[in-house]
Design a protein around this ligand. Structure first.
Ligand code: PHE
Length: 456
């Protein structure tokens, strides 16, 4: 109980927005969104992704905000408090598991970003060509020792920030650096869009060809929507628990989803024109970002300096997203299991770093670890697939069911309207229609489609 009283909060409405955006914007926008859009054929994938954000992501985000702010507890504690003695708390436990799974591979990619920052500072990309861009990426991820060291550095940074428990710090960092990242991506867009042959990249991104759409693409777009908006695993419950009382949570959810999608689109507009201009493959996979960005910057004045800035800001965005990921198990261990917060931060970071090494080493397909597969996937892809495509949407489905059927409508109305202060009667009706029928149905249909039970 005292815990509830002394619990930190974000300092204002603006801080709520930026902190939440700090969780949403990360490698998902800059690394994952472009490479998946490239792999799954562009426009049609994008369209499905937008629908997932609108009809699935937004309602679930609002549900998580509700649960978090109402209970003012970590994900598991919040579910226990709102539905005592029931199994709903297991959504939170599953979320803690999903957070680990994501971190195992996220910390690896964040390590590549830190490494690229270091290389950009050392001037390693001067005079880069398409061939050397590919070779550089290959040597960064194959290490084998250096990517592990960078992954450990990443986890040390995350653990130290979390151990200090600095909500205010996260707010300040995102408030100043997020807009800078935004501006830098726009500069990148301008250069990329004026490269010879850029138009082909734009066409690729926006041309909708439904023949490209497979069941796997639809499930991936859904998983990406969850991953992007940090949903289905309790991050937004935990963040909601730090929201101010007067925050308009409808407004926050819409603003966060829109801004996040905008950042992803801008990243896509920097990457695809470059891919086509240099004759690269849009479906090149996880290396897409790392191979194209140094090339765009090599084509502009002050390119070497701006490249450093780009990787610096991307490293920050990845770090704030990781803080929100690791916050889920840390808050769980410290609030539910009584482990001191500092210890929880360090123990979790060590677990993630150690198991994360499996993901990092599995990238080299010729190595011993690279040959171990589960359902045809190596460690890296397996961690990603299980978390993004299964655990997060499943967590989301349960949250939708809980919001739609297990919690009293009047209570939700009171909380979302800030005890009647906001006039949101119409919005609430739309909300309940979505969360009761549309969101769960879509989730179930996509699941059934992906395992082949339902074909369309
Ligand atoms: N949304 C983050 C990104 O796009 C990743 C993330 C997923 C963060 C789930 C928290 C929870 O990079």
């Amino acid at each position: 109980m005292e815990e509830t009283k002394s619990r930190e909060k974000f300092s204002s409405g603006l801080a709520v927005f930026f902190a939440t955006l700090g969780s949403a914007v990360g490698l998902g926008n800059i690394w994952k969104f472009p490479y998946l859009t490239g792999q799954y054929g562009g426009g049609a994938f994008l369209l499905v992704y937008f629908c997932c954000i609108l009809f699935v992501g937004l309602p679930i985000m609002l549900g998580e905000f509700y649960i978090g702010r109402k209970a003012r507890k970590n994900a598991v504690g919040a579910l226990k408090q709102l539905k005592p003695g029931t199994s709903w708390k297991n959504i939170g436990i599953m979320g803690v598991g999903a957070a680990y799974m994501i971190m195992f591979f996220y910390s690896c990619v964040a390590g590549w970003v830190y490494f690229y920052l270091f290389k950009a500072i050392s001037g390693d990309f001067i005079g880069i060509t398409m061939e050397t861009a590919k070779a550089q990426f290959g040597s960064v991820i194959m290490g084998p020792i250096s990517p592990i060291i960078w992954q450990f550095i990443v986890m040390a940074v995350v653990a130290s920030i979390l151990a200090m428990g600095v909500k205010q710090g996260i707010e300040k960092i995102t408030k100043t650096l997020m807009p800078l990242l935004f501006v830098l991506i726009i500069i990148c867009d301008i250069r990329a869009l004026t490269l010879p042959g850029a138009a082909e990249g734009v066409t690729f991104l926006f041309h909708v060809d439904f023949n490209q759409l497979t069941a796997a693409a639809i499930l991936t777009a859904l998983g990406l929507a969850f991953f992007k908006l940090s949903l289905g695993m309790g991050t937004m419950i935990t963040y909601g628990s730090y929201f101010t009382e007067d925050n308009n949570m409808f407004g926050t959810a819409v603003k966060v989803a829109l801004s996040d999608t905008l950042v992803s689109m801008l990243a896509g507009l920097a990457i695809f024109p470059t891919v086509f201009s240099f004759g690269m493959e849009p479906g090149a996979g996880p290396g897409l970002l790392f191979m194209t960005i140094p090339l765009v910057f090599s084509q502009m004045p002050f390119g070497s300096f701006l490249l450093v800035a780009f990787f610096f800001l991307t490293a920050i965005a990845a770090t704030t997203a990781m803080l929100s990921l690791v916050e889920v198990p840390v808050a769980y261990w410290s609030e539910e299991r009584g482990m001191p917060r500092k210890k929880a931060a360090v123990v979790n970071a060590v677990i993630i770093a150690v198991i994360g090494v499996l993901a990092t080493l599995s990238v080299d397909k010729a190595s011993m670890l690279g040959n171990i597969t589960f359902f045809g996937m190596g460690f890296f892809d397996f961690f990603d697939y299980i978390s993004s495509n299964i655990l997060l949407p499943l967590g989301g489905l349960f949250i939708a069911l809980m919001m739609g059927y297990a919690i009293k409508r009047e209570e939700v109305v009171m909380e979302l309207s800030n005890n009647g202060k906001l006039k949101i009667a119409k919005l609430v009706s739309v909300y309940f229609f979505l969360i009761r029928y549309v969101t769960p149905l879509l989730l179930i249909v996509v699941f059934l489609n992906s395992i082949g039970i339902l074909k369309f």
